[in-house]
Design a protein around this ligand. Structure first.
Ligand SMILES: [Zn+2]
Length: 447
């Protein structure tokens, strides 16, 4: 697969869209943001030299490299436990066991977030998360298949990679007896994808708000980017209802699916700016009950994203106007055939989810920790903007990043999704150094 050349971390202009994105659809980093988060945070990141020279950290780094194969095996076991949206419990229970085995104090909250606590010398919290859920329905075949260096399975990378890294880093820190100043929470959270609407992270941010200093969301593969800005989005569901009828005897009766098709055809011609980058996706259309029945219902689900909240608002207005025009056109057609007496079409529209915007400040210690990790590893990474669990803390003013956990991937959110663990050790080490860097190494003598 084509892999883009990594950009220098300081280069904020040259951007290349990678294949193998996690659920996040990444886009250009705009020059300015609505909100800058975290520049005033007090803890400096450890200098790379300090971390790299620490014998416990060195041991942990070596152990991640030595165990890369076993980590991939664990990733496959995790992936093969289906975790459709709102049905993350089985996978969550397995992660609870793995995190407990890694020496953490584990609790599962009432919506299914699995929280493993590793106490530091302070009560301040660094939260490391990986989402449990996938986009795939329960009947999807999630059995992994090897082909060359690639492993194919829906969800193998997004977010098998993040979950495997979460466990591996926790376990390695225990084995290497790394002590940190901040308390670290290793969290497998629910509801990141689709209609989950970040509900897991919303709950976590709420529950830990007072102590939460930093959030690091591990999402998918790759080591060549760090996402420091939240891409806002809005998800809209529009339902058209009508009288329905027989395809032959009632022909001319207003048809809910026809109206949806007319409306969608109008909407998809809506122009979108390149800058601020803006996108829409008509992701689902459902309706009708049989081929020879006039549908009494059609449901359209649309995802709207932009670097600008104003563009999202414009798109939402365009969508509603287009569907309304589609319904009017269908009603006019029915009128021409003298069939409006059968009943009219009606529209209802609801916002299914909103992902808020926000951005990490250039001077944040969290970004410094990522850059220090990159420097220590000789890695180069670029800044990106994405829609992930990090949106929530960023929108609340809590410094957060999303990053991949190493290796390569492709086909995210498709049945052809694959993961290639080649080079995964680098990604795992990068995560470890970032977590320890921002949590602060506690080098005080034994208490
Ligand atoms: Zn993801």
């Amino acid at each position: 697969m084509p892999v883009t050349r990594p950009q220098a971390a300081t280069d904020r202009r040259a951007w290349v869209l990678r294949l193998g994105m996690p659920c996040a659809i990444l886009s250009l980093m705009a020059a300015s943001f609505t909100r800058d988060v975290g520049s005033s945070a007090s803890q400096p990141a450890a200098a790379p030299a300090d971390l790299a020279l620490n014998s416990s950290v060195k041991q942990a780094m070596a152990s991640l490299a030595a165990n890369a194969g076993a980590i991939t095996e664990e990733q496959i076991r995790i992936t093969q436990i289906a975790a459709p949206p709102f049905q993350e419990n089985a996978r969550g229970a397995y992660l609870a066991k793995l995190l407990a085995d890694a020496g953490l104090k584990v609790q599962t909250d009432d919506i299914g977030n699995v929280v493993g606590e590793r106490a530091g010398s302070s009560t301040d919290v660094v939260m490391v998360t990986a989402h449990l859920d996938t986009v795939f329905p329960a009947d999807t075949n999630v059995k992994a298949r090897h082909e060359g260096t690639r492993i194919y399975a829906p969800g193998i990378s997004d977010n098998g990679t993040g979950l495997a890294a979460l466990v591996a880093v926790a376990r390695t820190m225990r084995d290497a007896q790394i002590r940190t100043r901040h308390t670290i929470l290793f969290v497998a959270d629910v509801g990141e994808e689709g209609e989950g609407n970040l509900r897991g992270m919303r709950r976590l941010a709420d529950a830990w708000r007072k102590r939460l200093r930093y959030v690091i969301a591990l999402d998918g593969a790759a080591s060549d980017y760090v996402s420091t800005a939240a891409l806002p989005s809005q998800r809209v569901e529009i339902t058209i209802t009508g009288p329905g009828g027989h395809s032959w005897s009632d022909f001319g009766t207003p048809n809910a699916v026809n109206a949806a098709a007319r409306g969608v055809a109008r909407f998809v011609n809506t122009p979108t700016p390149r800058n601020p980058r803006t996108s829409f996706n008509v992701g689902e259309i459902e309706g009708g009950t049989s081929i020879n029945s006039i549908p009494d219902k059609a449901v359209i689900k649309v995802d709207l994203r932009s670097e600008s909240d104003a563009e999202i608002a414009k798109l939402a207005a365009a969508l509603n106007a287009a569907i309304a025009a589609g319904v009017d056109e269908e009603m006019a057609w029915a009128q021409k055939r003298g069939m409006t007496g059968a009943g009219a079409l009606s529209i209802s529209s609801k916002v299914m989810g909103v992902r808020p915007s926000g951005a990490l400040a250039d001077g944040s210690p969290l970004l410094a920790a990522v850059r220090a990790a990159d420097e220590a590893l000789g890695n180069r990474s670029r800044l990106e903007r994405s829609s992930t669990d990090a949106n929530i803390p960023l929108s609340l003013g809590i410094p957060a990043v999303a990053m991949g956990a190493g290796g390569r991937s492709g086909g995210a959110h498709s049945l052809g999704e694959w993961y290639d663990p080649t080079g995964r050790a680098l990604g795992l080490q990068r995560v470890l150094l970032t977590v320890v860097g921002v949590a602060g190494l506690d080098t005080a003598p034994d208490r």
